[in-house]
Design a protein around this ligand. Structure first.
Ligand code: FAD
Ligand code: FES
Length: 277
């Protein structure tokens, strides 16, 4: 395999400037179970697909006035159009994401980023096949924006409310666990069909650990390279706390600085301890 370039065609990662920036929220849209927040970050660098930000609400980020605020939460960048806008896709699963989902124009985010290593270009002239599950669809939107060639996008959701996230990906093929939209069954059914039809592909995947493990195993069996965007609990986002370590074939890595995108060949399993919802 040859070394491949980042999907942006620029540096191997974009590094975050020092310090926390305040970014006014410019728009809030709801797509079924997901909220998309847009904010203005004109002084920040443009991120690579697969990088993430540590986000907090600039106000009311904690339980009470004299109490310690929450840690910021890791969020993949969904889209980064020209002009310094950043968009994030958020699923309300707990107190931090609930507060972020409440924000709208007139509020502001505190953010650090872009952080981590993103996706790289397909190697050896392969076509890109993108497979996302649930809120893991987020980094695939900016990836399909940044890859210059046509991409195949496969999205899996648990039900119809979550499948509304597919509105962000015109032309994507959809699978749902309950059959409410598209194919009834896991998104890996669609991926297997794609790879059976044309195995000269590179797979880019993000989603819950069981889905990523199914993608990893399927690609390994077929000899298809894959890049997986993993999750683990992140407290700092820049390599200081070791809260995000995951095992690889060549030892433990900190997912926030060595990932979150890892080559599937580096992993014995994508079922990493402490990861996923
Ligand atoms: C690199 C990275 C990118 C991410 N991108 C997105 C994104 O684009 N959109 C989005 O909605 N979420 C994303 N997440 C997950 C998000 O950070 C967590 O859902 C969030 O921190 C939960 O905080 P909370 O206070 O709402 O809930 P908590 O009370 O902290 O947790 C609620 C539930 O989520 C689980 N959980 C908490 N943190 C994580 C985590 N980091 N990974 C997996 N499970 C977790 C908990 O075990 C619990 O079951 C990402 C995480 C990482 C590491
Ligand atoms: S989140 Fe602190 S080292 Fe990775």
């Amino acid at each position: 395999m040859t070394a491949s370039s980042p999907a942006t065609g620029a540096a191997d990662r974009v590094r975050a400037p020092f310090g926390v920036r305040t970014a006014p929220v410019t728009a809030r849209d709801v797509h079924g179970a997901y909220t998309v927040l847009a904010c203005a970050d004109p002084t920040g660098p443009r991120p690579c697909a697969g990088q993430f930000y540590m986000l907090a609400a600039a106000a009311r980020w904690g339980a009470g006035e004299d109490e310690r605020p929450y840690l910021p939460r890791a969020l993949s960048v969904l889209r980064a159009p020209e002009g310094g806008e950043l968009r994030f896709l958020i699923e309300d699963v707990g107190p931090g994401t609930e507060r972020l989902c409440e924000l709208g124009p007139g509020d502001a985010l505190s953010l650090v980023g872009p952080l981590g290593v993103g996706f790289r270009e397909p190697r050896d002239g392969r076509r890109a096949v993108l497979a996302g599950g649930g809120v893991g669809i987020a980094p695939l939107a900016i990836l399909s924006d940044q890859l210059r060639a046509h991409t195949t996008v496969l999205l899996g959701f648990r039900d119809g409310a979550h499948a509304a996230g597919a509105e962000l990906f015109p032309g994507a093929r959809v699978a749902t666990d309950d059959g409410a939209a598209g194919h009834r069954g896991p998104v890996t059914d669609l991926l297997a069909q794609e790879l059976d039809a044309d195995p000269l592909a590179e797979v880019y995947a993000c989603g819950p650990p069981p889905m990523l493990e199914a993608v990893r195993a399927l690609c390994e069996l077929r000899g298809v390279p894959a890049q997986l965007a993993l999750e683990s609990g992140m407290a700092c986002g820049f390599g200081a706390c070791f809260g995000c370590v995951v095992p690889t074939r060549d030892g433990y890595v900190r997912l926030c600085v060595d990932g979150p995108v890892l080559d599937a060949g580096r992993l014995q399993t994508a079922l990493v301890p402490g990861a996923g919802h």
